[in-house]
Design a protein around this ligand. Structure first.
Ligand code: ATP
Ligand code: MG
Ligand code: MG
Ligand code: MG
Length: 472
C-alpha cells in the first residue's frame, strides 16, 4: 500500500518528468495578499504570476501546498467530523501552467497519472465540466475516450450568474475560466448522488481533483475577453487521493490520520478509534501547529482568533473525552514524526509550537470546566435554542468563542440565537462607549475603562468578517 508521503512524491515526480519545476509550499499566511486570511489553494503563491505582474524562470510548476480553510471565503471548519472529506488543514497537490500548456495537456496529464501511474479503474471516475465548455467535453470524450454519460455538464447555479462550482474567478474582474473536476465513486453502499444531482452533498462521489482553465479576462462590464496566453491551475487534496489509493472511504482512515488518531486515543485514553472527537483533534492539531509554524499565535483578533477558536474546539473535544489536564500540545511530537520530513520548518519549530499550545491550554483550562457547567444548565432549560445572552456570557466570561458554543449546541440538536448574541455584544460595546465618555470627563479610573473598552477588529473584507470579527 502506498503511504501518503509516497503519493505526494509520486505526484511531484510525475510532473517533474513532464517538465515542471517542483516548488516548495508557501506558508499558510499569504505573503503577497493582505486581503486573504489564509492560503486556501495552491495558486495563491502564484497569483501575481497568473496576473502577469511577476515572471519566474519556469512556465510550469508543481507543488504540494499546505492550505487552511477555516475562515474567510473558504471555511470548512463546521464540516470537520461531519464529512469524510473535509479538513481545516490539508495539502493540495497542484500543477500549474503559466501561459504554457492548456486544457488538452492538463486533462491528459491528470488522466495519465490517475489511471496510468496509479492504476485507478476508469469506471470509478467521472468528471464535470462547465456547461458551455464543449472543448473540454471533446477532450474528455474523443481524446481520452471517457463515455459521454460520465461527463457531467454543470451550469451556473445558486441564482448568481457566475456562482458555479465549475466556473472559477480570482475576483469580480480579471482572470477566470471554466473548471473540470474529477470525482471518484466510492460505491453504492455510501449515500450521496453524482455532482449536479439533488443529493450530491453525500460522500459517495468524492471530488478529488479540480482543473481550472484560466482563459478569460473579465472586464468591469462583465464581458469575457480571451487571455492571450491561457493558464492552468489545478488542485487535488492529498488526503482524498490517499483515501482512494489506500482503498478506504474516509480521509480519516488513511495512514497519516490513523497515526494521529492513535496518538490522540492514547493521550485521551479513548479506545474507540472511530470516535468523532479523535478525528476532530487529529484534524485540528495539524491546523494549529502549522499556523504557529507560520507565525500566527492565539489572540483575540484576525488570524490569531481563528487559531484560538480551533485550539479551543480541540480542547473541548478532549474535555468531552474526559481529559482534565493538558494533552493537545503532546500531539505535536507524533505530528512531527509524520510530517516533519516533508515540512522541515515544522520539525525545526516543534518546541516553540508545543509551548504556544500549552500556554493556550493552560489559559482555557481556567474557564472550560465552569463554562461547560453553565452550558449544560442553559441547554437543559433551553427549548431548542441557546439564548443570545447566555452565548454572550459564555463568550465574555468563560472564553467560549460563539462558534464553539454553536458547535456544542449542534451536537445536542440545539441552535444558538446568533442575533441575540450580536445584540448582547452591541450592548456591551455601548456600555464601553459610555464608560469611556465618563472617563473622558474624569469620572472613572483609567484601569477600569481599559477593562471595559472593547477593541473592535474590522479587518479584511466582508467575506472574511465571520472569521475575525471579535470584541476583546
Ligand atoms: P468540496 O466541494 O468537496 O468542498 P471544493 O470544490 O471546495 O471541494 P476546491 O476548491 O476545488 O475544493 O479545491 C481543490 C481540491 O482540494 C478539491 O478537489 C479537494 O480534493 C481538495 N479539498 C478542498 N477542500 C478540502 C478540505 N476542506 N479538506 C481536504 N481537501 C480539500
Ligand atoms: Mg468546498
Ligand atoms: Mg466542490
Ligand atoms: Mg472544487
Amino acid at each position: 500500500m502506498k503511504t501518503s508521503a509516497q503519493i505526494r512524491t509520486d505526484f511531484l515526480e510525475f510532473f517533474r518528468s513532464k517538465g515542471h519545476a517542483v516548488v516548495a509550499s508557501s506558508p499558510l499566511v499569504p505573503g503577497n495578499d493582505p486581503s486573504l486570511l489564509f492560503t486556501n489553494a495552491g495558486m495563491v503563491q502564484f497569483k501575481d504570476v497568473f496576473l502577469g505582474g511577476e515572471k519566474r524562470s519556469y512556465t510550469r510548476a508543481a507543488t504540494s501546498q499546505r492550505c487552511l480553510r477555516a475562515g474567510g471565503k473558504h471555511n470548512d471548519l463546521d464540516s470537520v467530523g461531519y464529512t469524510a472529506r473535509h479538513h481545516t488543514f490539508f495539502e493540495m497537490l497542484g500543477n500549474f501552467s503559466f501561459g504554457d500548456y492548456f486544457k488538452k495537456d492538463a486533462i491528459a496529464y491528470a488522466w495519465e497519472l490517475l489511471t496510468g501511474v496509479w492504476k485507478i479503474p476508469a469506471d470509478k471516475l467521472l468528471v464535470t465540466i462547465y456547461h458551455t465548455d464543449d472543448e473540454a467535453f471533446d477532450i474528455w470524450h474523443k481524446e481520452i475516450g471517457l463515455a459521454a454519460e460520465r461527463i457531467i455538464r454543470i451550469g451556473d447555479n445558486k441564482g448568481a450568474p457566475y456562482a458555479s462550482d465549475n466556473f472559477w474567478q480570482m475576483a469580480d474582474t480579471g482572470p477566470c475560466g471554466p473548471c473540470s473536476e474529477i470525482f471518484y465513486d466510492h460505491g453504492a453502499a455510501i449515500p450521496g448522488g453524482p455532482p449536479g444531482s439533488p443529493d450530491e452533498d453525500g460522500d459517495r462521489f468524492i471530488e478529488i481533483w479540480n482543473n481550472v482553465f484560466m482563459q478569460f479576462d473579465r472586464q468591469p462590464d462583465g464581458t469575457l475577453v480571451p487571455l492571450p496566453a491561457p493558464c492552468v491551475d489545478t488542485g487535488m487534496g492529498l488526503e482524498r487521493i490517499s483515501a482512494v489509493l489506500q482503498h478506504v472511504h474516509s480521509n480519516y482512515e488513511i495512514d497519516l490520520f490513523q497515526a494521529l488518531i492513535k496518538a490522540a486515543s492514547e493521550l485521551t485514553s479513548t479506545a474507540d478509534l472511530e470516535n468523532k472527537s479523535l478525528r476532530v483533534i487529529a484534524d485540528h492539531i495539524r491546523a494549529c501547529s502549522f499556523l504557529i509554524v507560520d507565525g500566527v499565535l492565539p489572540s483575540n483578533e484576525g488570524r490569531g482568533y481563528v487559531l484560538r477558536r480551533i485550539i479551543r474546539r480541540a480542547l473541548r473535544h478532549g474535555w468531552m473525552l474526559g481529559v482534565r489536564g493538558g494533552f493537545f500540545h503532546r500531539m505535536v511530537a507524533p505530528l512531527v514524526t509524520l510530517m516533519g520530513e516533508a515540512y522541515p520548518e515544522l520539525a525545526a519549530k516543534q518546541e516553540f509550537v508545543e509551548k504556544a499550545l500549552r500556554a493556550e491550554e493552560e489559559r482555557f483550562a481556567e474557564t472550560l470546566d465552569s463554562g461547560m457547567k453553565i452550558f449544560n444548565e442553559v441547554a437543559q432549560k433551553s427549548k431548542g435554542q441557546i439564548p443570545g445572552e447566555d452565548a454572550f456570557r459564555l463568550y465574555d466570561t468563560y472564553g467560549f468563542p460563539v462558534d464553539l458554543t454553536a458547535d456544542i449546541a449542534r451536537e445536542r440538536g440545539l441552535s444558538v440565537d446568533m442575533a441575540g448574541f450580536e445584540a448582547a455584544m452591541e450592548k456591551q460595546r455601548e456600555r464601553a462607549r459610555e464608560a469611556s465618555k465618563f472617563a473622558a470627563a474624569g469620572n472613572l479610573p483609567s484601569e477600569l475603562v481599559a477593562k471595559l473598552a472593547p477593541t473592535q477588529f474590522l479587518g479584511y473584507d466582508a467575506h472574511e468578517a465571520d472569521a475575525c470579527r471579535v470584541v476583546a
